[in-house]
Design a protein. Sequence first.
Length: 125
Amino acid sequence: FMSAPRTTHFSAVLRILRCLKGTLFHGLHLSSESSLALHAFCDADWAGDPTDRRSTTNYCFFLGTSLISSLSKKQTVVSRSITEAKYRALADATSELLWICWLLQDIGVSLYTSTPIYYDNQSVI
């Protein structure tokens, strides 16, 4: 991008700067009383969208009491069962968990315990 900048790149930079300006006073508050334990919650519905019958993946990650990552999106394929839909959601959450663990290690935060992912379907496990 730096070797051949175009107007589309400039427009993208302006959009990023407008976004940053609009969220200037937003932040992530990590309480000193809260532990740096990482935990996650994950769920999925089955064929929740009546038009295309695709399921929705939902998960969120907490570092102590602070929400650090969340997602709610439709899955890319149609699942044949609730177990398959929930398994896909759990796989996505696990992938995000690994990325968060690597990021925390890179910035010097050590996790001394395993990270639980709270889930509501025994057949997936």
